[in-house]
Each structure stands twice: as structure tokens, then as C-alpha cells.
Design a protein around this ligand. Structure first.
Ligand code: F6R
Length: 606
């Protein structure tokens, strides 16, 4: 999704902006651009395509200067093109923008009447002309406030000005924005990752705030223009973790990292000596929690769905799951005795943030399960459970999904024990099983070669299905999501028992169908559903777990057996072959695995 970088200093800034834009590439984008102030003139270079195309264009045109802004764009208003790429500039001002201006058409109508010409189809261009208009009448700070007041929708903005040569102005509503501090220079960035190569000293803007950045100071203001103080945070330096190492893709590396991710995460939450789960500073008494609502988007939503099965099995809590973009607009009956849990790898997903904001404004109990602990969702929740999986760069979430599941399971166990829903012996046994999980994941990863050859059929397929029952159903959804987003093959996940109610009509001769049938209480039922699709010509890949019992079924095309474990943990193991299947299917097609088309890592617009 869109990314912003800004630098004001004493040195030339173009190459540093370019480097930061390269760091933002992981977010997924379709065009890029830079604007600087040089000899009292705003210059911009921008183009459709990748940052390396921009880099080549910059070689032809020297637009260096001491102040500049850069952007990677993920199209919302107007197709990806040179002209729609950011920055958007007039003679007086240049603007980069993340978010969506919802009243842009109305503002544009007004500005056209005033004689402004529009070059692009973007919503952002209204900001440029509004700013130019207000600058005619007000001093810069008031002009910015007037302009911001006219906007409806969401924005993170970076602006430079012809007549104010050393400053960058940043403003935030709904889309994240950070300020970084360096020696003799200061920075603006849509996330701390963009700025990490330059500084580890960061402040975050809250909604409604704006800032004026000089090379030697940064001033922050609230919506009314009153000056505010900001905490400066020091970020951990984890640069090494952003390296692909010997891997061809971040995704492949992130899948293989999972045994370590699990080991680390278990170490963070499980006390080695007492064999006890530590969740420190949990701000509520478990007796005050009667219900749980789990909220997320995409893969994070799937982890919520798995957790519902765990909570229902192991606790007496009532649990429901919601897609954030639905939750935020439904007429919800928010309840004080409910714990609202928000799942997000990035911690910046706009819909998940809005759902959290709604709960916060109504005084609800909020808990975030996130990877990025400096993120907006983590900062604004009452309580945070980090997933400790390290930076995830591949757009398709893999290790974060596993770590989300793990933290949700740990939370389930803890609440279950505190609420006396399970006895101590069961509790301790389940903790012991958790400690072994990393080695079962490690062994399951050894299925690699087999999956690689199976992937041929999936990458050539017109469409395919993933079926499961119980907690394997959300894993079927996740398997289908991974395959479709990476190899662009139409894939559907379904509860196996639903097939007869419609989707069975899709089954035709040779269609690949993945059946997730671990040997749990649903096993026999799922195997019957599998027979029904085999009878209609499906080519079935059965994913099950090792056990004493053989599979009693015929005409299965291929079988994959994950390791044997505590049955609660089976969804985690079933996920591994599906991640690999999606990876190899996309690899065979030569697709951009870490940056699938049209997708973004951090979805900061709704
Ligand atoms: C799919 C995927 C997405 C994200 C979703 C939520 O592989 O990664 O579906 O899970 O965009 O993102 P976060 O977890 O950052 O809120």
C-alpha cells in the first residue's frame, strides 16, 4: 500500500529518499515518485512501475535538493500511471498522500470554478490546489489547518513548499505517520520501517495531529493548532532480519523460519522452570470476561476462526468472530463483559484499527495481538500480546499466521485454567505439548519435495477447492487464500459438509481438491465428503496427520501426512504444506511471490 518518505537536512536528499522508497517496496505498490526543492523551485520525477524505473529516470534529471518527499502509490482513485503517481505539485506546493479523500469530487468542483486545472484523476490533487488557495490568504500553519479542515476521509500527508524552503509538513487522520530524528536532519515516514535505515528515534502522530519538520527541530500540533509534546521512542535495531539470506524469496525464508518463530514465542510466554504461561499485567479479572469477540482481516481473520474452536472447546466463554470491515459498520451491541481482541500482523490495517477505535470510544475492553509493537493498533489498545515472529516482508502472511495461532492458543489455555475450565494436569500437559511443537513443525517442513511436485497440478488448474471440518475449515480458507493470492488460481475454501448445498456442482473431472482430514472427531465425516468429490472426478490431495490408523479410503490421488501432535495443535501443522503448496505453485508460474499483483502488505485504506 502507499508509502511516504520525507527528509529535510543540509545534505542532498534524493538518494536517501530513494533508498527509503526501496524499503517501502514490500508494502505493494504500482508507481513511485520524488519531489524536491531546488533553486526555489519544486521539481518532481514520477512514473508508473517500480522504484528502479524511478531511479533510472532520476539519473536523467537531476532534481537534488536539501528537502524532499517521496512516495510509492497503490492506486485507489485513478489507474496506475505516470500522471497519477505521487507527488502532485503546483508551483507553490508538492504533496504525497496515503488514504482516500472522500469529498474530493465536491472539492474539485469548487476548485475548478476558481480556475484550478487538474492533471490527474487522483483525489490527492485537490489537496495541492486547496493548499495553494489557502496560502494566498493565510500564513502557512493556518493555511494547513484550513486545508485539513476541508478534507473528509483518511490521510497521511507530506508536503513541501516553494516559499518555505526548509520545512516538511506532515498530517495524519486515519493513516499512520511517523517522524524520525537524525543529526542535522529530520524525517517523515508512513512507518518506522521506512526510516529505520536513517534513525531509530521515532515519534508517532495521532489522529488529527500535524507537524512542522525543520532540519533542526520538529513541532507537533493538535487539531486546534495548539502545540503538543511528543514522546521520542527508540526502536530496536533488527536490520539483519530484513535480509533474504540464501533464499530466493522472503516468503520461502519466512515459512522455513517457523520452527524458530514457535520456539521464540513459546519462550516468551511459557515460564521454563514452573511450566506456566506468563501473561503479565493482564488488566482485567478473568471473572469479568464473559464473552470474546475476535476481529481481523484476511489471514488474521482466519486465525480468529481457528481460535473460536479452541475457546469453545477449552473454556466456557461465548466466542464470536468478525471481519473488521463488517464489524465497524454494523449496528453492534457492545458489551462491557466482552473482551474485544484485534488480530493484525502490521497493526496498521485501516478496518481493524477503525473497529478498535469504535470499541475504545465506547469504553470496551480491548486487546491487540500484533507483530509490529510500535503500530497504531498496539499503541491504542488497552493490552497487547505481541506475536514475536520478527519482521514479515512477504506480502502473503505465513509465519505471522502461525504465531497468531500460537498466541491465541496460549491465551485460550491461560483463560481456561484461570476460569477452572481445565484441571491442572491437563493444563500442564498441553503446555508440554506446546514446547514440542517447534520440532513437529520442523519435521513437517521436510515434506517440501513431495509438495513441490504436487504443485504442478495446482499451478495449471483452472480452479480448485480446499475442504475441512472443525478447526480444519479455517485452515482450508487460509490454504485457498494463499493459493489464489500467489498463483492467481481461483481457489475456494469450504466446510466439507457444505459441498452438497451448492459447491459440489463445481467439481469436474481432474479438478484438484485439497481435503484436510486430520484423525480427529470429524475424520470419518470428512472422509465421506472426500468420497463424494472423488466420485465426481476430483483429484484429491488428502492432508492428514500421522497416526496408528491407516486411511481407509480409495482413489485418493496423493496423501500428505503432517506430524502427530496434541489434536489442538493440528491446525498449525496442517498449515505448513498449504503454505508450501501455494509457494511452489506460484514459483512454477514465475510470479512475483513476495509482491503479488494488486496486493499490499499494510492495508492502510479501507
Ligand atoms: C494474506 C494476508 C492478508 C492479511 C490482511 C490483514 O496472506 O497477508 O490477508 O492477513 O491484509 O493484515 P494485518 O494482519 O496486517 O492486519
Amino acid at each position: 500500500m502507499c508509502g511516504i518518505v520525507g527528509i529535510t537536512g543540509k545534505k542532498q536528499v534524493t538518494s536517501e529518499i530513494l533508498n527509503s522508497l526501496k524499503r517501502l517496496e514490500y508494502r505493494g505498490y504500482d508507481s513511485a515518485g520524488i519531489a524536491t526543492l531546488n533553486n526555489d523551485q519544486i521539481n518532481e520525477v514520477k512514473c508508473e512501475g517500480r522504484v528502479d524505473v524511478l531511479e533510472k529516470n532520476l539519473l536523467k534529471l537531476d532534481i537534488n535538493g536539501n528537502v524532499g518527499i517521496g512516495h510509492v502509490r497503490w492506486a485507489t482513485h485513478g489507474a496506475p500511471s505516470d500522471i497519477n503517481a505521487h507527488p502532485h505539485s503546483s508551483k507553490e506546493v508538492s504533496v504525497v498522500h496515503n488514504g482516500i479523500i472522500e469529498n474530493s469530487m465536491l472539492l474539485k468542483k469548487d476548485l475548478l470554478k476558481k480556475g484550478y486545472n487538474f492533471k490527474s484523476q487522483t483525489d490527492t490533487e485537490v489537496i495541492v490546489h486547496l493548499m495553494s488557495e489557502y496560502l494566498k490568504r493565510y500564513k502557512i500553519k493556518n493555511a494547513v489547518m484550513k486545508m485539513l479542515n476541508s478534507l473528509q476521509g483518511s490521510y497521511a500527508l507530506g508536503m513541501i513548499f516553494k516559499d518555505h524552503p526548509n520545512i516538511i509538513i506532515g498530517a495524519r487522520r486515519g493513516s499512520p505517520l511517523a517522524v524520525g530524528y537524525g543529526p542535522g536532519e529530520n524525517y517523515l515516514g508512513s512507518d518506522s520501517y521506512a526510516l529505520k535505515s536513517m534513525t531509530n528515534k521515532i515519534s508517532y502522530l495521532n489522529d488529527g495531529e500535524f507537524c512542522i519538520i525543520n532540519n533542526d527541530q520538529v513541532e507537533f500540533f493538535d487539531e486546534q493548532g495548539a502545540k503538543i509534546n511528543k514522546k521520542i521512542l527508540t526502536l530496536s535495531s533488527d536490520e539483519k532480519k530484513y535480509d533474504k539470506g540464501d533464499y530466493k524469496h522472503f516468503m520461502a525464508k519466512e515459512i522455513d523460519e517457523q520452527p524458530n518463530v514457535i520456539k521464540n514465542c513459546v519462550n516468551e510466554y511459557v515460564d521454563k522452570i514452573n511450566n506456566e504461561i506468563n501473561i503479565f499485567n493482564f488488566p482485567w479479572n478473568e471473572k469479568d470476561i464473559k464473552n470474546i469477540i475476535l476481529i481481523g482481516c484476511g489471514t488474521a481473520y482466519h486465525s480468529c476462526l481457528v481460535a473460536k474452536y479452541w475457546f469453545e472447546e477449552l473454556t466456557d466463554l461465548e466466542v464470536s468472530v468478525d471481519i473488521a470491515s463488517e464489524f465497524r459498520y454494523r449496528k453492534n451491541r457492545l458489551k462491557k463483559e466482552t473482551l474485544y481482541i484485534f488480530l493484525s500482523q502490521s497493526g496498521e490495517t485501516a478496518d481493524t484499527y477503525a473497529a478498535l477505535d469504535l470499541c475504545k470510544k465506547n469504553g470496551m475492553k480491548t486487546c491487540a495481538i500484533v507483530n509490529v509493537i510500535e503500530s497504531s493498533i498496539a499503541r491504542d489498545s488497552d493490552f497487547v500480546l505481541p506475536i514475536y515472529c520478527g519482521p514479515e516482508i512477504g506480502v502473503a502472511s505465513t509465519k505471522a499466521f502461525l504465531a497468531q495461532l500460537l498466541v491465541l492458543y496460549i491465551l485460550t489455555l491461560k483463560l481456561s485454567f484461570l476460569k477452572k475450565n481445565i484441571d491442572e494436569q491437563t493444563y500442564k500437559q498441553k503446555i508440554k505439548d506446546l514446547k514440542n511443537l517447534h520440532s513437529q513443525v520442523e519435521k513437517t517442513l521436510l515434506l517440501e519435495n513431495k509438495i513441490n511436485s504436487i504443485a504442478n497440478i495446482f499451478s495449471d488448474a483452472k480452479g480448485c477447492m480446499f475442504l475441512g471440518r472443525g478447526s480444519s475449515f479455517p485452515i482450508a480458507l487460509e490454504g485457498a487464500l494463499k493459493l489464489k493470492e500467489l498463483s492467481y488460481v481461483h481457489a475456494e475454501g469450504y466446510p466439507a459438509g457444505e459441498m452438497k448445498h451448492g459447491p459440489l456442482a463445481l467439481i469436474e473431472d481432474g479438478m484438484p481438491v485439497v481435503v484436510l482430514a486430520p484423525k480427529d472427531s470429524y475424520y470419518k465425516k470428512t472422509i465421506s465428503n472426500m468420497q463424494e468429490v472423488i466420485a465426481r472426478g476430483a483429484k484429491v490431495l488428502l492432508v492428514t496427520n500421522k497416526s496408528e490408523d491407516d486411511v481407509f479410503s480409495e482413489n485418493i490421488w496423493e496423501t500428505i501426512e503432517v506430524e502427530l501432535s496434541n489434536s489442538d495443535l493440528i491446525p498449525i501443522l496442517l498449515t505448513i504444506p498449504l503454505q508450501k503448496l501455494a509457494y511452489y505453485s506460484a514459483l512454477k508460474k514465475g510470479f512475483d511471490i513476495d509482491k503479488p499483483r494488486n496486493l499490499a502488505k499494510s492495508v492502510t485504506v479501507e
